[in-house]
Unconditional design. Structure first.
Ligand code: NI
Length: 177
């Protein structure tokens, strides 16, 4: 396994619409997924999409840490998970605002509005179908990573630019990150 270089905002791979994976079992896909998991752990991230490591394929890895969960089962902690060719469907009209960061924009955070609840489906690293309902932080990370597969970075979703800045300044303002 290898730790891969993470593309930063401005690199064209981050603006491209990624291609579906034809064969999740292919050895190069299996190696890619193992490297993505290792790279995310090394960067202490909660999500990483393949375009962020310069591969324009529809794959992301994510986790929901214990600290970002609630009583709702749709917000339960999730170990490191892989989603291939995901499809995300919002449930209901409710939106939630939360602070997001991204490994492609180190040191920055912005407050972003996302769907509060959604259903997603896709394939696991073993090629098995998975379907799940997510809310809270789990729903945020799914929408953030899925955006990467469509060439969207979170600054493109900012509505209030006074809620965008460097982490150290936001912490000084008492913003919970
Ligand atoms: Ni990101």
């Amino acid at each position: 396994m290898s730790i891969l270089k993470i593309a930063r905002m401005g690199h064209p791979v981050l603006w491209a619409k990624a291609t579906p994976v034809a064969d999740p079992a292919a050895p190069e896909i299996q190696r890619l997924i193992a490297d993505m998991i290792e790279t995310m752990a090394d960067a202490q991230g909660v999500g990483l999409a393949a375009p962020q490591i310069h591969v324009s394929l529809r794959i992301f890895v994510f986790r929901v840490p214990e600290s970002r969960t609630g009583a709702d089962p749709a917000t339960a902690p999730t170990p490191v998970s892989v989603l291939i060719n995901p499809e995300v469907t919002p449930l209901g009209e409710e939106m939630q605002r939360s602070w997001e960061g991204c490994l492609s924009l180190p040191g920055l955070r912005a407050e972003i509005s996302r769907h509060a609840r959604l259903r997603y489906r896709g394939l696991t690293e073993r090629g098995e179908s998975v379907e799940c309902e997510a809310a809270g932080f789990h729903a945020v990370v799914i929408q953030h990573e899925n955006d990467h597969l469509d060439g969207i970075l979170y600054p493109m979703r900012i509505t209030d630019f006074t809620r965008f800045g460097f982490t150290e300044n936001l912490a000084a303002l008492g913003v919970q990150l």
